[in-house]
Design a protein around this ligand. Structure first.
Ligand SMILES: [Zn+2]
Length: 330
């Protein structure tokens, strides 16, 4: 672990300020202040407990009872501690949740297998929203592709500096045929996932993933494959595409500010019977470094501003090529 500090930090908005992780602009609040998180560890523990209760109540009451339930529970300090701090406040969070509840249809693409899961995932993701409130958002695919805040993964992988695995989304028949062949010949070698649309990431997230992979490599047998990343940065444009296809892609999302990542869990468990990866994530989550959401096949992970600060002070950026390091950080 990095030995941190939940409360907050500043964010390095070296690039163009494209948007903000917000449903409503807050032009009069200085960017750095907006990025200061005030959640303490006890707030987070109490909030997660309250979210588990709400999800269980949703299971009992069904879809029609969700609005009434949220109205009843919103006054509770455990929920308000987080929801009152999201962009737009608790009312905005609840109305956005009710919208998602209204359009929810269980389907194999969604990580939310049922309505209680959707409510749980949505409410837990609000911690990301508080942490990264006001952070620059990647609105379009071009914003992601041209951002100087993001580093290309492929050159790092080629030079052996990535200790985690991923694959790019297949965009041609030949490549898809190749993927199919790999699955036929060696079904367990790769998880069955769509691949990354953007093979770019914030270097802090790369450092985090390398760090997790390194700890696992030390703890698991040599032949164990390294962790597999199924999603990193996304544009809001792409998030909306995913929503239209039925994925449980919440908005705002830490993926759209580059601080969220999804890690394949179901596939990795076949090599990790003792669930060391899960334990590692939970440990860092409990220390306030990460927000971790169990979404079944993959777990969603968001790095906290405090953890980013620690990574910035540490020597992790040595893994980045000088010519790839974001401007202003060299
Ligand atoms: Zn995610």
């Amino acid at each position: 672990m990095f030995g941190l500090v939940i409360a907050a930090g500043t964010v390095h908005a070296n690039g163009r300020l494209i948007g903000a992780m917000s449903t409503s602009p807050e032009p009069d609040v200085p960017a750095r202040e907006r990025l200061t998180s005030v959640l303490c560890r006890s707030d987070l523990v109490a909030y997660r407990g309250a979210v588990a209760d709400v999800a269980e109540e949703v299971r009992i009451r069904g879809p029609r009872g969700v609005e009434e339930l949220l109205a009843e529970r919103l006054g509770e300090p455990e929920l308000r501690a987080v929801l009152s701090r999201v962009p737009g406040g608790a009312d905005a969070a609840v109305s956005s949740l009710l919208e998602d509840v209204g359009r929810f249809r269980p389907n194999p693409r969604s990580s939310a297998r049922d309505l209680p899961a959707l409510v749980r995932i949505y409410l837990l993701s609000q911690v990301d929203s508080v942490w990264w409130r006001g952070a620059p958002t990647f609105e379009t695919d071009l914003d992601v592709l041209h951002s100087k805040e993001l580093v290309d993964l492929d050159p790092l992988r080629r030079s052996g500096r990535l200790h985690f695995q991923y694959r790019a989304q297949s965009d041609g028949i030949r490549r898809r045929a190749g993927d199919w062949l790999v699955r036929r010949i060696s079904p367990g070698r790769r998880p069955h996932t769509a691949g990354l649309r953007f093979t770019r990431a914030r270097w802090e997230l790369i450092a985090l993933l390398n760090d997790l992979a390194g700890e696992l490599r030390a703890a698991l047998p040599r032949e164990t494959p390294s962790i597999w990343v199924t999603s990193l940065v996304r544009s809001v444009e792409h998030q909306n595409r995913l929503r239209a296809l039925g994925y449980a892609a919440v908005l705002p999302s830490s993926h759209c500010v580059g601080y969220g990542v999804d890690i394949e869990m179901r596939w990795f468990r076949r090599f990790d019977e003792d669930e060391r990866l899960a334990a590692l994530l939970v440990e860092r989550h409990e220390a306030g470094e990460l927000n971790v959401i169990d979404e079944g096949q993959a777990w969603h992970v968001c790095i906290s501003p405090g953890a980013c600060e620690v990574l910035a002070r540490a020597d992790h950026r040595a893994l980045i090529d000088e010519d790839q390091a974001p401007a202003g950080r060299r």
